[in-house]
Ligand binder design. Structure first.
Ligand code: ADP
Length: 163
C-alpha cells in the first residue's frame, strides 16, 4: 500500500489533555514503528477544555524527547487521514473491558472502511488503568493534585485554565 516501506502508525484520540496514560502508550508504541503520528481528533460536537491547537502544542511539548513522534490533527474519516499520511496501523489503548467493547466496534468499523488498515491495541500500564482526561479535568477543576496523573507541562496548563 505504501512505497517508502516505512512502518507508520497513528495514535488517534481527543487528548483533552494528554495524560500519563496516553504518554505511556505513545512511548511504548513509538518503539514499535519507524514513525508514530499522534493525531488529535478535531470533533466539533464535543465541548473541549483545550482547543485543538493547544492540545497539539501540549502534545508536542511532552513528546519533544521522542524523535520519531510527530503531532497532527484530523477531522476527516480516520482511515482517509491514514492514507494521506501513508500510515498502515492504528494504535489504541485499552484500560478495561468497557474500553474493549467500544474499541472493538471502532476497529471493526475501520476494518470495514479500509481492510488494509490494521488496529493494534496496547494494554494500559496497570497504574494508569483508572486514568482518563475527564478524571484529570474533574480533579483539576477543584484544585486537586494531578501531579502523578499528567506531565508537569499539563499540570501547569490545567492550573492556568482553572485559575
Ligand atoms: P477518545 O476520545 O478517542 O477515547 P482519548 O484521548 O480519551 O480519546 O483516548 C485515546 C486513546 O487512548 C484511546 O484508545 C483510549 O482508550 C486510550 N487511553 C486513554 N487513557 C488511557 C490510559 N490511562 N491508559 C491507556 N490507554 C488510554
Amino acid at each position: 500500500m505504501q512505497s517508502s516501506g516505512k512502518r507508520v502508525a497513528v495514535y488517534p484520540g481527543s487528548f483533552d489533555p494528554v495524560t500519563c496514560g496516553h504518554l505511556d502508550i505513545i512511548r511504548r508504541s513509538a518503539k514499535q514503528f519507524d514513525h508514530l503520528i499522534v493525531a488529535v481528533l478535531n470533533n466539533s460536537s464535543k465541548n473541549p477544555l483545550f482547543s485543538v491547537e493547544e492540545r497539539k502544542q501540549l502534545l508536542a511539548e511532552v513528546t519533544r524527547d521522542l524523535p520519531n513522534v510527530s503531532i497532527d490533527s484530523f477531522r476527516d474519516l480516520l482511515v482517509r487521514f491514514m492514507r494521506s499520511r501513508n500510515a498502515q496501523v492504528i494504535v489504541r489503548g485499552i484500560r478495561s473491558v468497557t474500553d474493549f467493547e467500544y474499541e472493538l466496534q471502532l476497529a471493526s468499523t475501520n476494518q470495514k472502511l479500509d481492510s488494509e488498515i490494521e488496529t493494534i491495541f496496547m494494554m494500559t500500564d496497570p497504574k494508569y488503568s483508572y486514568l482518563s482526561s475527564s478524571i484529570v479535568k474533574e480533579i483539576a477543576q477543584f484544585q486537586g493534585n494531578v501531579k502523578d496523573l499528567v506531565p508537569p507541562e499539563i499540570e501547569q496548563a490545567l492550573a492556568n485554565k482553572y485559575i
